[in-house]
Structures are given as C-alpha cells and as structure tokens.
Design a protein around this ligand. Structure first.
Ligand code: 3HC
Ligand code: NAI
Length: 708
C-alpha cells in the first residue's frame, strides 16, 4: 500500500486507515493510497464491505492547504485528483462505510460523502469550511451534500463554512448512525449489517434536491445573508451558485460548474489572503526563542483586579474556560456594579442562544467577588485591570508581589503603559507580563501578550497556551507605547481626521473605509470607543509633542463641546435613542469653520486617497514596528489587525495587503504623502529598503532567519 494509507482485514471486512498526521490531510500520496486500497478490496472475494477510518485524533481535515499555493504557482505535481478518487469509491461494488471521529472537513467531508454509509462518534464535527479559505468545495461537496441533506442545509454549510456536530448531521441525513464507544468496532459491526445490501451512490440520490419553487427562496435568502454577513467576500456567493447548480443540473454538469467556480476562487487574491491568514493564525503561536516543549505553569485558578469594563469581561472569559476566578474591586458599590454587568452580559448571551442558562449558572459560581487580597495566595494567575495610571498600577503590583505565591503569573491589561516599569514595583519582574485584551473582552478574539524585558519564557509560554484555552488568539508583542495594535491605530485615526480637516466629509471617510472592508469606519469607531479617551491622553502628553508637527484637532474640539461620541449621544455623528448613527451637518459646518481658521485649504478628496492615506498610515507604522522587533513577523501584525481592529480577512491584513499591492507602489505613494504632508509621513526605512530591493514584508523574516 503506502506509508500514508494501510489496508487490513477482519473477518470479511476491509479496514482502510489513513495515517497522515497531524490531521490526515489529503496530501499527495493519500488519494493514491486510498484508490489502491479500494481496488484491492474490490477484487478480494473474501471481503464483503470496507470501513475507511482516520488514524490518530481525526478523520480527515480536508485537502492539503499547502498544495494550493503550488497549484496557483503552476508547480503542482499532478497526482490523483480528488474528484476522480471519489467517483472510484462511489463506484466500488462493495459498500464502503466512512467512520468519522475528530473532524471531517472540506475534502474530508467530500471523501465521507463518496462512501455508501457514514457513521460517527457523537463528538465528531463535519463541515465544508472552504469559504473561510476564499474557495468553495472542489470535490463535488456542493453536489453531493444537497443530495444527502437537502438544498437549505447544504447551502448553509457551504456558504457559512461553519461545522456541525454529528447529531445534527444525523438529523440532516448526512450521517447514518452515531457510534457510542469504540468507533472502529462499531463501524465494523455496522458494515456487517449492510454488507449484503446493494450499494447506494450519493450522486444518484436525487430525492432531497427539492423543487425549483422551494429552492428559489432558499437561494435568494442565502445570497442576501452572504452579502450582509460575509460582506465583500466572493467565495460564499460562488458556493451558493454551485449548490444551486446541483439542484438544477445533472450531477456531472453540476460538477463542471463547481470546478470552474472553485478554480476561479482558488486563483483569486481573496483566497491567497485567506490562506495566508489560516497559516498565520497558527504561525503566531510559534516563538523562535521559546521552544514548543517549554514548561508551562498550570493555571487552575485565577484572580482579576478591577471589575470595570475590561476586568468583568476578562473574569467571564476565564470562567467560560472553567477557571475559577476571584474578582477584586476597590469598594462594594463598584463590585456590585461589576457583578451586575457580568450578569447582564450573560443574560444577553442566553437570550441570543449563545449559552444555556445552566452553563451560565455554572460560570457565575466560578466568579468569586471580593474586596481584599486575602485569597490571592491561591491564584496561579492574576490579571490587573484597574484604571490606566502608572502610580495606581505600581501600587497594585507591589501588593500582588506581597500576597501572591511564588511562581504565580502577574499580568497587566494596560493598553499603553510600560510593562517594565510596572514590573519594577515587584521583586519578581520575571513573573510580570502584559495581557492586553480588547473590548468587549468576552467577545473580541485578540489577545496581545506583551513581553517585558524580564518576562520569563515559562510565563510567556503559559500565556500563549492559555490564550488558546480561553478561545483567544494570542500574539506576542514587544513593550513599546501602544504595543502593536494601538501604536498603528494612532496614525490611522490621525489621517482620518486630517482628511476631514482637508475637506472630506465624515460619511465619505467612513464609507470609503467600510467599502474597503473595515468592520466600521475610523470615525464611527471613535464615537463607539469615546472620543474623550484620546483627547484626555493627548492633553496629558501635549508637552511631549514636537513643535511644528501637524496635529489633528477636530476631534478634540468636538470633545470641548461635550461631544464624546455614542455615550453623549453625539460625536462625529448624532445618535438616536437606538444608538443609530445619523449624519450631522453641524459637524461638517464646524470642521469647515475650524479648518478655515487654521488656514487649511479645502479640496475634493477621492475615495482612493482616503483609503491610501488611512491604510498606508497603518503600513508605514507597521514597517517600523517590524524592523524594531516589536512584532515577530509581518503576519503577526496582520493577525492583530484582523482580530482586534476589524481589518477585512479577505485582504489578509495590512502588511499582506501592502505586499499584494506591491511595496514599490506603496512606497511611492508614502513618498508622495511625505512631500505633501511633511514629517509624519516619513517613509519607514524598512519599507524604503524592501521597495528598492523589489521585496515584500514577508521576505523580511526569511532574511532574519537566514542571518540568525
Ligand atoms: N492542510 C494542511 N495543513 C493543515 C490542514 C490542512 N487541511 N489542517 C490543519 N493543518 C495543519 C496546521 O497548519 C497545523 O500545522 P502546524 O502544526 O505546522 O502549525 C497542524 O495541521 C495542526 O492544525 P491545528 O493547529 O489547526 O490543529 P487543531 O487540532 O487545533 O485543529 C482542525 C484541527 C480543526 C482540523 C483545523 O486544523 C482545521 O480547521 N483545519 C482546516 C480545515 C479546512 O479548512 N479544510 C478544508 C481544506 S480545503 C479543501 O478541503 C478543499 C476541497 O474541497 C477540495
Ligand atoms: P474601568 O474604569 O471600566 O474599570 C477600572 C476598575 O478598576 C474600576 O471599576 C475601579 O473601581 C477598579 N479599581 C481601581 N482601583 C482598584 C483597586 N486598587 N483594586 C481593585 N479595583 C480597582 O476601566 P477599563 O476600561 O476596564 O480599563 C481597565 C484597564 O484596561 C486599563 O488599564 C485600560 O487601559 C485597559 N484597557 C481598556 C480597554 C477599553 O476599551 N476600555 C481596552 C484594553 C485595555
């Protein structure tokens, strides 16, 4: 056979096992191995039926995603095409039972559907997640799935890309039986039951395809949802087209449509960007000087200091992961308010169907309110989330140093302050680290983990591992002002306000960025977060500003009028009682007046300029951060922007986007802005060098590893 696929026999039942760790992807050699096993067992008169199963922790996670880059680069080695293999399995004269545990995703589910029967353990998950990679199922998934589950279920699974559980799959008709206990034993028993039945080919099962009238409404709704929920993405619409083809055309014709759509998507910029994101999300967990086997500190209990906006959310995140957490406040009133907020947030989750009441009751029991540090000695991890102020943070950390046990991790949620200075108030700077959650902490996926100069490898490794356990994506960043995300966000917002002061309208700036794909325009984000936050910081640090450098002032002038954003009912926009943003002509008038007083010439500003100014401001700062080593890789910056700042995943992140545009083009534009707008636009040295050398940000890390 092959190293990747083994064939065995047990009293007339063939057992085909795929062994391609870690996830049994259908890499070159696997389809060939399966085909050989099918041929052999089909010929073997002593065999009545077959079970196909995955070795290790899963069935099959899909096609090998690494191969896609080779195909688009014209370097694919040929080999047996998946659709051909699946026809071969379906045409096998003896029944093939697919036995599923772990996940059957993408090509894995397509493989499973080519079998004549499917059984699964209850914990198994199945799905067609291809749209998350900017592609659609490419091995007849869009054609076989509606034949098993009907058009509505198939279109939902192919267009949303979210997995479903085995029980749901059983109800949908995708699974034939759930196996409690040992999967292989159960699958073999099932195979014996059906061994004498005639084989049934999925591609010939048309009874669930439905009528055109029923389906029209299904597809219309699916398209509407996709345009709303996956705004700007091409693959979900292509997936819907392909499933629709299954309901209107014979199987072979439908497969041709699917193939064409698959190929179009595969060669698209969106797919390249999303595949970069897939590997990027896994890459950020790899820290060059902290090996995978670094010892981690078990986190069985935690404590949070401060039950405000962030502390409350962080306590929920820990409790949701099953970690008991002490929640300390300064006084009873603040503690009551914090706990009430947590209860309110949980109640909303129950109302929205995200959690059950029973789950929430269990989580609430894990959160123990307190006013003192008495029980802190038991905590393995403490996260501080008190007001942003160095003196207060140092006071809290000195106290933590006194009460916490040796080996406990002392983390700060500060968004701007120097972790080393905070650590200096303790006798154990190696235990101190930044864990910068994003608001709302129980929702946002990003966690910037800020490495202080003394943070120990164990502490870093533990926080990185913990991020996964609590459902976050942890990205290690260096200790600079604003760390990575907020440091880049500053010039981004600055440019959005400059554009207003030069003549663009609030709506023009926000809609240009929204259409670029951002979850919200920069000005609407300011209103949501509160314009007063930045205003207060700017007032405090005014003495550090370099004279003669242009400063954005319109936002501060609005604050002086009491317009802080959503919380005061007005900021860049006006807000109605449902917090819906309405354009405010008064703001336009005011900004025009202020600009005239400041002598700023007004002009027509194109959408293209708005996008370039805002996005290249991110890129230029990102280049400095990268060169200075505050982010480990360009992809780390991308992952931060996708998960913390609403940058569109299908553009891959700001650094990937710049690479895709071409750094020479980006550099020329930055130079142009530099000439026009002065010092703030001085090109980052790394951007300049890479542009001149015809390289990408992605090459920077290769250069570094080569010299390491
Ligand atoms: N191809 C190549 N490598 C894959 C892979 C795949 N389909 N799926 C996972 N991997 C790699 C990961 O990159 C990672 O590598 P690393 O250790 O070097 O970083 C390793 O396998 C382990 O993956 P995870 O860290 O993600 O492991 P988890 O246990 O957390 O998750 C999983 C397992 C749920 C299977 C998750 O990996 C996953 O969702 N994989 C992708 C599934 C997918 O998108 N499948 C569709 C592929 S496209 C397709 O099939 C097209 C078809 O229609 C023709
Ligand atoms: P907040 O004002 O909502 O909450 C701070 C809480 O700390 C208050 O409830 C206060 O009573 C409590 N507190 C003060 N001193 C205390 C003490 N000695 N012991 C116990 N509790 C004490 O502030 P928020 O927004 O939650 O911010 C907390 C930290 O998180 C800050 O460092 C902030 O910079 C950071 N952060 C805030 C984000 C946001 O969007 N709000 C995002 C990311 C980080």
């Amino acid at each position: 056979m092959s190293d990747l696929v083994q064939l065995a026999e047990e009293n007339g039942i063939a057992i085909i096992t795929i062994n391609n760790p870690p996830v049994n992807a259908l890499s070159p050699g696997v389809p060939e191995g399966i085909a050989a096993a099918i041929e052999q067992m089909d010929k073997d008169a002593s065999v009545k039926a077959a079970v196909l199963i995955g070795g290790g922790k899963t069935f099959v996670a899909g096609a090998d995603i690494k191969e896609f880059g080779k195909i688009t680069a014209g370097k694919s080695g040929g080999g047996l095409e998946l659709p051909t293999l699946l026809l071969k399995i379906e045409d096998c004269r003896k029944p093939v039972v697919m036995a599923i545990h772990g996940s059957a995703f993408g090509g894995g589910l397509e493989l499973a559907m080519s079998g004549h029967y499917r059984v699964a353990v209850p914990s198994a998950q199945i799905g067609q997640p291809e749209v998350k990679l900017g592609i659609i199922p490419g091995a007849a998934g869009t054609q076989r799935l509606p034949r098993l589950a009907g058009a509505a279920k198939a279109v939902e699974m192919c267009a949303d890309g979210n997995p479903i559980k085995a029980l749901d799959a059983l109800h949908a008709g995708i699974m034939d039986r759930l196996i409690e206990g040992d999967l292989l034993t159960g699958a073999i028993a099932f195979a014996r039951e059906i061994a004498d039945k005639p084989v049934r080919k999925t591609r010939e099962r048309n009874e669930k395809l439905g009528s055109a009238e029923e389906n029209d409404a299904i597809f219309a709704t699916a398209r509407e949802n996709a345009r709303k929920k996956q705004r700007g993405m091409a693959a979900p619409l292509a997936a819907i087209d392909a499933v629709e083809a299954a309901t209107k055309l014979p199987f072979d014709e439908g497969c041709k449509i699917e193939r064409k759509l698959f190929m179009d998507c595969l060669f698209s910029d969106q797919s390249k960007a999303l595949i970069h994101v897939f590997f990027g999300e896994r890459e950020v967990a790899k820290i060059p000087d902290i090996p995978k086997d670094t010892a981690v500190i078990p986190v069985n209990s935690a404590a949070v200091v401060g039950a405000g906006t962030m502390g409350g959310g962080i306590a929920m995140v820990l409790a949701n992961a099953g970690v008991p957490v002490l929640l300390k406040e300064a006084d009873q009133a603040a503690l009551d308010k914090g706990i009430a907020n947590i209860q309110k947030n949980y109640a909303t989750s129950v109302k929205r169907g995200r959690f059950t009441q029973a789950f929430v009751d269990e989580r609430l029991k894990l959160i123990q309110p307190t006013l003192g540090y008495d029980s802190f000695a038991s905590a393995d991890l403490v996260i501080e989330a008190v007001f942003e102020g160095m003196a207060l943070k140092k006071e809290v950390f000195a106290e933590l140093d006194r009460v916490c046990k040796p080996g406990a991790i002392l983390a700060s949620n500060t968004s701007t302050l120097n972790i080393d200075e905070i650590a200096s108030s303790t006798s154990r700077p190696q235990a101190v680290i930044g864990t910068h959650f994003f608001s709302p902490a129980n929702v946002m996926r990003l966690l910037e983990i800020v490495r202080g100069k003394a943070s120990s490898k164990e502490v870093i490794a533990t926080c990185m591992q913990l991020s996964k356990k609590i459902g976050k994506i942890g990205v290690l960043v260096g200790n600079c002002r604003g760390f990575v995300g907020n440091r880049m966000f500053h010039p981004y917002v600055r440019e959005s306000v400059f554009l207003l002061e030069e003549g663009a309208s609030v709506e023009a700036v926000d809609s240009a960025m929204y259409e670029f794909g951002m979850a919200m325009g920069p000005l609407a984000v300011g209103d949501l977060a509160g314009l007063d936050v930045g205003w207060r910081i700017r007032k405090e640090y005014r003495h550090l500003e370099k004279p003669g450098i242009r400063q954005a002032f319109a936002g501060d002038s609005l604050c002086e009028m009491g317009r802080y954003g959503q919380k005061t009912g007005a900021g860049w926009y006006k807000y109605d009682e449902n917090r819906r943003a309405l354009p405010d002509p008064e703001v336009t008038q005011l900004v025009r007046k202020w600009a005239a007083e400041a002598g700023i010439a007004q002009r027509q500003i194109s959408r293209e300029e708005i996008v370039d100014r805002c996005v290249y401001a991110l890129v230029n700062e990102g280049a400095r951060i990268l060169e200075d080593g505050y982010a480990l890789r360009a992809v780390d910056i991308d992952i931060i922007y996708l998960n913390g700042y609403g940058f569109p995943a299908y553009r891959g992140g700001p650094m990937w986007y710049a690479d895709a545009v071409g750094l020479k083009k980006v550099f020329d534009r930055v130079e142009e802005f530099h000439r026009r707008h002065g010092e703030l636009w001085e090109p980052a040295p790394l951007l300049k060098r890479l542009a001149e050398e015809g390289k990408k940000f992605a090459d920077f890390n290769k250069e570094q590893s080569a010299t390491a």
